[in-house]
Design a binder for this molecule. Structure first.
Ligand code: 9D3
Length: 239
């Protein structure tokens, strides 16, 4: 699968490309990535990518024209591989990202031969006309204020990449399967058996796998009820 990020800060994407599971998946050839800087698609000496908003007010906006040229270059580049772009714009006005949308976007990319194009805004945002013309979907990370779309784009990439077939090793995959049911994960313990006077639950030290599974299920339900009762309500809606 292929990701293309349109961003004024391409180096930020090293956070996914250079570390951990997402780095290993890149080495395994499970996805490819290319960053595109709209500054490279300007033609004035100052390489201007922003300007002041009509109507006044604080802050700057990203110009439509450099972004339009950038997206044209992306479209041409992905077409050479038989792909068409699916343009995701990261924005506070977007739908909050969920695991089910993560899974759908992975399928959009793999089955429908789309390159996921991650359009990252900076400053106060992007000229509305560019968004109207070029964006397929708006995604938010939640109701809090960030400085731009890069961190949400990185979060989406990380969430998708770990779902690609072959990204996780067997242990990591098994762990995921048993908790992909809308509940919070149960508590985990490792050595020593007693730390700071706190003991590991007795059942986890025996070899009774059915009892351990039951304890973990119960602990998950209890934690979810206490910390995220909204998740239990959502599960009931789905059943
Ligand atoms: C504080 C400025 N806001 C009111 C004038 C508007 C605003 C503009 C640009 C708020 C945030 C941003 C930059 N944020 C993103 O690009 C962004 C984001 C976010 O801030 N929160 C959650 N998800 C996302 S996705 C992209």
């Amino acid at each position: 699968m292929r990701f293309d990020a349109v961003t004024l800060f391409p180096e930020m994407f090293d956070a996914v490309l250079d570390y951990g599971i997402t780095r290993r998946a890149l080495d395994r050839g499970l996805y490819r990535f290319r960053a595109w800087n709209p500054r490279d698609f300007t033609d004035d000496p100052h390489r201007t990518v922003d300007d002041r908003p009509y109507g006044g007010g604080p802050g700057m906006l990203m110009l439509a024209e450099p972004l339009d040229r950038t997206l044209n270059a992306v479209r041409q580049d992905v077409a050479a591989e038989g792909l068409t772009p699916w343009v995701v714009h990261f924005s506070p006005r977007g739908r909050p990202l969920t695991q089910s949308r993560v899974m759908e976007l992975k399928d959009v990319a793999l089955d429908r031969k789309r390159a996921l194009v991650l359009l990252c805004g900076r400053y106060e945002g992007i000229d509305e006309r560019l968004l109207q013309l070029r964006v397929d979907e708006d995604i938010s990370l939640g109701d809090f204020v960030l400085s731009g779309g890069e961190l949400p784009a990185l979060a989406l990439m990380d969430a998708i990449i770990r779902q690609l077939p072959g990204a996780l090793n067997d242990a990591e995959s098994a762990l995921q399967d048993s908790f992909s049911d809308g509940l919070l994960d149960c508590p985990h313990y490792t050595r020593p058996e007693v730390w700071q006077g706190m003991a590991v639950p007795e059942v986890l030290k025996g070899g009774n796998h059915a009892a351990i599974a039951a304890w973990r299920r119960e602990a998950s339900l209890r934690l979810t009820a206490a910390l995220r009762p909204d998740l239990l309500d959502k599960r009931q809606e789905q059943d």
